[in-house]
Design a protein around this ligand. Sequence first.
Ligand code: NDP
Length: 294
Amino acid sequence: MTASIIDGKIIAAELRGRVAAEVARVKSEHGVTPGLAVVLVGSDPASEVYVRSKHKQTQEAGMASFEHKLPADVAQADLIALVQKLNADPTVHGILVQLPLPKGLDTDAVVNAIDPAKDVDGLHPTNAGRLASGMPALSPCTPLGCIILTKSVHTSLEGMDAIVIGRSNLVGRPLVQLLLNENATVTIAHSKSRDLAKLCAQADLVYAAVGRPEMVRGDWIKPGATVIDVGINRLPGAEGKTRLVGDVAYQEALKTAGAITPVPGGVGQMTVACLLVNTLRAACAIQKLEAPAV
Ligand code: NDP
């Protein structure tokens, strides 16, 4: 058996298309242009690539895109003052401060300064708490993308056994909450978990969000399971280039899984598309319009 490939590129493009259609409708029916502000502090090359891609995709969806670049040695108070200015700006419906921040800046204080209604990264404790309480919330983009990819294979996740490996605030924890909302039965694994292979072998749905190249082996996967690989690990490749690999040993897992996301071309594609979804949702909620159909 060879697993079917879950094509994040195609699914993300379809999602961006639905967002663009809803943005056009909200603009024409209500005169509202959803706006996303991205704050980049310093010049981390990976962060610069992400910010460029967010800017391009935001504009392509018909939204307003505002970029704010600050030097790595910006004072904490000045960064917070910018966030507060964006909180008060009626043309901005979503605020994303690109993480990680340079050393010396207090990430929690910056995230906590964002108006929860504009927190399109879903990292503010208000949104994390609402999500954990089963209330409507802006949820982190990567876990949202994982759910959409899973639902491209299974229309309902009800009663399925899922394992989430990793418990970060950015990926693992919110993903667990979203899976519970889908009525899956969830096991949460982390660096102190015993016998990961055995835990994985029971799961219909495997989510790997660890940051360890190819840690999840093919023989850990239950035959026919759906595997969503969140990991992005940069390894040295041929001719001095970088090679991206996931947290799952892809070639091995292809032989046992029923469906699997590749790296690259899987979850990574969904993260920015879901950021657009969150910005549109935030704009509609702030303007008291009905929730968009995306
Ligand atoms: P973190 O480093 O914040 O969290 C890693 C998690 O993995 C922790 O909960 C840790 O456990 C757990 N872990 C570490 N080692 C092991 C182990 N040996 N066995 C089981 N669990 C282990 O990472 P993130 O959640 O931010 O990211 C995870 C991966 O996803 C990374 O590769 C990252 O690059 C990628 N990523 C991809 C995105 C995308 O758009 N595709 C977006 C965000 C992240 P403990 O809590 O006990 O320390």
